[in-house]
Design a protein around this ligand. Structure first.
Ligand code: SF4
Ligand code: SF4
Length: 243
């Protein structure tokens, strides 16, 4: 998701690569789930997240879209995001848990909670959580065909912030392939946004959005095959179809 921001205002003023140390460590989020509540539509999923949730966490695509995800339009493209639950019944699941700070509970009741947050206020899919959750409180800034990470100042509610290496923090198997994928996906979406934005034929725009969803989110991935290879094949066939 694109944001018009002044990095100097929201970061510690530095940009980080995967080999760098950053003050993002948060004491294993002990007693806190602030960034799993009230996130609105902001936790947008990419194809690797779909692979993680289906092949890693074992959800079917139907289950995900039935209970945990929703679709919304981001910069002209229809993409899935984590769904926040807001009903009293759903948010009261953690109400009797003594370890949860009052501040987190109040925020949860006001703004809803991630559908994957369990009754103990922990992420029920932690090893398979989406990329945006993995990097928080880091963000990514894209420039000149590449990206770097930045630390979002004041976003993490932990009282303690320790130094960790960025690649350890984001915890992915193949750091180089992951970097290449994220970059390719970002600029691929950028081009597509521009293409869709320039279309006068709304029916064609709708069909392009459907093709995007079908290609990268609704067609099951093969758990026994490398994700990055599958992504490349899907992107190539999508681009071929676009001509
Ligand atoms: S706000 Fe910080 S400490 Fe709290 S859950 Fe998020 S990352 Fe963990
Ligand atoms: S997927 Fe897990 S880490 Fe991400 S917002 Fe939901 S509960 Fe929190």
């Amino acid at each position: 998701m694109k944001r018009n921001i002044d990095l100097k205002e929201i970061s510690d003023g530095r940009l980080y690569e995967e080999k760098d140390m950053v003050r993002a460590g948060c004491n294993d989020c002990k007693g806190c789930f602030a960034c799993c509540t009230g996130m609105g539509e902001s936790i947008v999923l990419d194809p690797l997240d779909m692979y993680r949730l289906t092949c890693g966490a074992g959800f079917s695509i139907e289950e995900l879209f039935g209970q945990y995800l929703e679709l919304h339009v981001v910069d002209g493209l229809t993409l899935p995001n984590l769904r926040m639950r807001t009903t009293t019944e759903q948010v009261s699941q953690t109400a009797g848990t003594g370890i949860i700070p009052q501040e987190s509970k109040e925020q949860e009741q006001r703004e809803g909670r991630c559908s994957f947050l369990n009754a103990q206020g922990r992420c029920s899919i932690h090893p398979h959580r989406p990329g945006i959750c993995r990097i928080f409180p880091l963000g990514r800034v894209y420039e000149d065909g590449d990206f770097k990470y930045f630390l979002q100042k004041g976003e993490c509610k932990s009282a303690i912030h320790t130094k960790v290496k960025v690649d350890k923090w984001i915890a992915v198997d193949n750091v180089r392939a992951n970097h290449e994928f994220l970059n390719t996906w970002h600029y691929f979406l950028n081009d597509l946004e521009e293409r869709v934005g320039n279309l006068e034929d709304m029916e064609l725009a709708r069909r392009l959005n459907l093709l995007l969803l079908q290609t990268f989110y609704l067609t099951p991935y093969d758990a026994s095959a490398d994700f990055y290879r599958q992504f490349k094949q899907r992107r190539d066939s999508f681009l071929q179809l676009l001509g």
